[in-house]
Write a protein that binds this ligand. Structure first.
Ligand SMILES: Cc1ncc(COP(=O)(O)O)c(C=O)c1O
Length: 359
């Protein structure tokens, strides 16, 4: 049974399993901010409509300048794209025919985009028995013979961050052995902006940071993200993208979102609160839980319980978890849960409690 590879679009899971989708579905497999897009986006909607009839700015303005202001960096070091997913495709082009390290379990698009460019992918595993900690020594062993290391910080699906000292050690070693580092910070907004590597890019020009607007601002539909890197990398990336690659409405929505300090703070607080509550609940029920710092976590019910049964039983009740069949090293035994609003989290815990009673 090959289940769909990504979270969200729950109907694809029901179709694949030949199950009837209940009328009301709660999709915990996706992990965007449950607050929905900032209110200001709706307020600006009539003005945004006017952007439909004009060509967008080719550089993605006013978004690009808003990003520059947000991170206090030059717009020459930034490139906007149709979501981090598109940007990962452009980044992969840089390593065509070369050798890349991917640390699993992680987001499937790294290997998908690299393989499409004939990159030799070296897999390093964060081991379950070691709590999915980033395997620093093993990563460094491979770096000497590789062109690039991909790291997801915090990592999807574990939600874990390498500690700052380890990350810096890896990055400094990259200078020594000429191994570039791609950091995917798609979920860092939920942790702490001060942990972003973007301010250190001038010191470490071999690092490329990929960011997504999708998760924090709950705007997966508009497709918006950016890359921060040294000017040469950015100029090369510009040659790969089609003209007007960011649509005008997305560029304006992105600029609005970046002004939302209070919205961001509330999202961080909500994510921390709900993750800690859920984590406590799952541990109490005898599950193992990843040491996530972001707006999702992964858990396993343990060898004495049937994880496939849990997945299907919950689907029948309209609760969709993110399976881990395509996450190397988790092999279907783990599930990822994205934090939702409080009433939905309560329903999830009630349904899980019932299942744990019976299983
Ligand atoms: C770790 C990670 N990076 C990047 C992306 C892609 O994000 P976007 O919606 O900006 O394309 C995802 C989407 O799920 C993700 O999980």
């Amino acid at each position: 049974m090959a289940l769909p590879e990504h979270g969200a679009n729950p109907h694809t899971v029901y179709e694949k399993l030949n199950m009837k989708q209940p009328t009301h579905v709660m999709d915990f497999s996706e992990n965007v901010n449950p607050a929905g897009p900032p209110k200001e986006v709706a307020n600006e909607w009539p003005q945004l409509m006017e952007k439909l009839s004009v060509y967008p700015d080719p550089q993605g303005e006013p978004f690009l300048s808003a990003v520059g202001k947000f991170h206090l960096i030059d717009t020459d070091c930034l490139f906007a794209g149709n979501g981090a997913a598109e940007l990962l495709t452009f980044v992969a082009e840089r390593y065509r025919g070369k050798r890349a390290i991917v640390v699993h379990p992680t987001f499937s698009e790294y290997e998908a985009t690299l393989s499409a460019k004939n990159v030799e992918v070296i897999r390093v595993l964060s081991e379950e028995k070691l709590g999915f900690q980033f395997p620093v020594e093993q990563i460094m062993e491979e770096m000497g013979t590789s062109d690039v290391l991909y790291l997801c910080t915090p990592n999807n699906p574990t939600g874990m961050m390498p500690n700052e000292i380890d990350l810096l050690k890896i990055i400094q070693y990259g200078v020594e052995v000429s191994c570039e580092i791609v950091l995917d910070e798609a979920f860092i907004d939920f942790v702490d902006e001060s942990l972003s590597f973007i301010p250190k890019l001038t010191e470490y020009p071999h690092v490329i940071v990929v960011r997504s607007m999708t998760k924090m601002y709950a705007v997966p539909g508009i497709r918006l993200g950016y890359v921060a890197a040294n000017k040469t990398v950015i100029s090369e990336m510009k040659t790969l993208a089609p003209h007007w690659n960011v649509n005008g409405i997305a560029a304006h929505i992105g600029a609005i979102c970046l002004q939302e300090d209070e919205y961001r703070q509330q999202a961080i607080e909500h994510s921390n609160r709900e993750r800690e509550k859920l984590s406590g609940f799952l541990l109490e029920k005898g599950c193992e839980v990843t040491a996530s710092v972001t707006n999702f976590l992964s858990f396993t019910v343990g060898a004495h319980r049937d994880s496939k049964k849990l997945y299907v039983d919950l689907l029948r009740k309209g609760i969709v978890l993110r399976h881990s069949e395509n996450f190397l090293g988790m092999d279907g035994r783990w599930f990822r849960i994205g934090m939702k609003n409080e009433p939905e989290m309560t329903v999830l815990k009630e349904v899980l409690a019932e299942w744990f009673e019976e299983n």
